[in-house]
Design a protein around this ligand. Structure first.
Ligand SMILES: Cc1ncc(COP(=O)(O)O)c(C=O)c1O
Length: 392
């Protein structure tokens, strides 16, 4: 039996890793006289593209914006279908609806939590225009299979890489040598965070040019061009775009976070390895499986319980963790469970059986670079204690 001892203070599910370097860069930006989109955003775009080995990076105010604009660059709209996964945050599917197209869900591969290429193939119709695979939790989708299907059917691929900065497929960074686009999130919990923010990455000059126009209201010149010495006050609206651009206070955080990426990842990898080792030995737990083709960036640590071996379900497991002062989350309540989608498309929760089974078992545990060894040990001890207490 474990001699578990409850701690006094709560371990939050997530804490952003912000050092004096980020704080100083934000202060320098505030003092610089330019806080809107300008030199730091431009530099962050260049450094981010260089980091991934991509040709273009367009900085935006969220991954949601990037996902929307990526589809808009292909003129996807009413009458079109876009295939994605229900095991994602709603914005992946919402942005398909925002274009006027219809999201079509394909079930996940239960081993990885990512969209199953076989399921994609079954969902293709003459109306299908694109696939939006999600690199769920930092795990990577089976991209060779997905791009084969896309090539065969002439489909655009926009990778939802919100979780996948630093992840690799067959050794190559996600975002490197893209036929289409990849969309990143810099929301507060992400591996690189700017509070809110995102990036659309592409090697395609046309996608880059169109995305730049769309994210800046459709304007031919942005404010930095207009207000700089020698700039012109004249501009045209090439098409009605969106107010989606990043601005320099966000980019200030992004530049420093990008320079700290390897150090932050080293800490994440170490914590994930500790969890994998500890939970791999417990029969009532099902730790994440990482296929040979994947290098996981461990944005999330999604632990599955094995309810058949426990007297409590996932919801009660979370209550027990909370009582032991461990913060958790669930990624995700599937999109087809949401009333907006149920009401509009008539979904049943059982429509995607692998997604449903996965959802009923998952708990996201704390994993962030500033976690101490003592906190990691405590989370392992708390999970182990619950399994011992409630094992059948
Ligand atoms: C898989 C996935 N896609 C897209 C998004 C949207 O990202 P953002 O909040 O930057 O718009 C999220 C947000 O967490 C996400 O988890």
């Amino acid at each position: 039996m474990s001699n578990f001892k409850k701690r006094e203070d709560f371990i939050p599910y997530n804490v952003p890793d912000i050092t004096d370097a980020e704080i100083n860069e934000v202060v320098d930006t505030l003092k610089s006289g330019w806080i809107a989109k300008g030199p730091r955003t431009n530099r962050f775009e260049k450094e981010f593209a260089a980091y991934l080995g991509a040709k273009h990076a367009v900085a935006v105010n969220s991954c949601t914006a990037a996902l929307h604009v990526a589809l808009m660059t292909q003129d996807i709209g009413p009458g079109d279908e876009v295939i994605t996964t229900p095991m994602t945050f709603a914005s992946t599917a919402n942005t398909i609806l925002h274009t006027g197209a219809t999201p079509v869900f394909a079930d996940i591969d239960y081993r990885t939590g990512c969209i199953d290429p076989e399921e994609i193939e079954q969902k293709i119709t003459p109306k299908t225009k694109a696939i939006v695979p999600v690199h769920y939790s930092g795990q990577v989708c089976d991209l060779d299979r997905i791009y084969d299907i896309a090539d065969q059917h002439g489909l655009f691929v926009s990778e939802d890489a919100a979780h996948a900065l630093w992840s690799r497929y067959k050794g190559r960074l996600i975002g490197n040598k893209l036929p289409g686009a990849a969309c990143y999130s810099f929301y507060a919990t992400k591996n690189l965070c700017t509070g809110d923010g995102g990036m659309l990455v592409t090697d395609d000059d046309k996608i880059d040019a169109k995305a730049r126009i769309l994210v800046g209201q459709g304007m031919s010149h942005n404010a930095w061009n207009r207000y700089a010495k020698g700039g012109t006050w004249k501009y045209d609206i090439a098409e009605p775009g969106f107010k989606y651009n990043m601005f320099d206070l966000q980019a200030a955080l992004g530049l420093v976070q990008l320079s700290r990426m390897e150090e932050m990842q080293a800490a994440r990898l170490q914590i994930a390895a500790r969890y994998q080792e500890a939970f791999g030995k417990i029969d009532a737990l099902d730790p994440p499986f990482v296929p040979d083709y994947a290098t996981h960036c461990w944005h999330l640590y999604v632990l599955r319980i094995v309810p058949e071996l426990l007297t409590i379900d996932r919801d009660q497991f979370i209550v027990e963790l909370n009582e032991r002062n461990v913060g958790t989350s669930v990624h995700f309540i599937p999109v087809h469970y949401m009333s907006a989608y149920k009401n509009r498309f008539g979904y049943q929760e059982s429509d995607f059986p692998m997604t449903q089974k996965h959802f009923e078992r998952i708990i996201s545990l704390p994993l962030y670079p500033t976690m101490t060894d003592e906190q990691v040990n405590y989370v392992i001890a708390a999970v182990t204690d619950i399994v011992e207490k409630f094992h059948k």
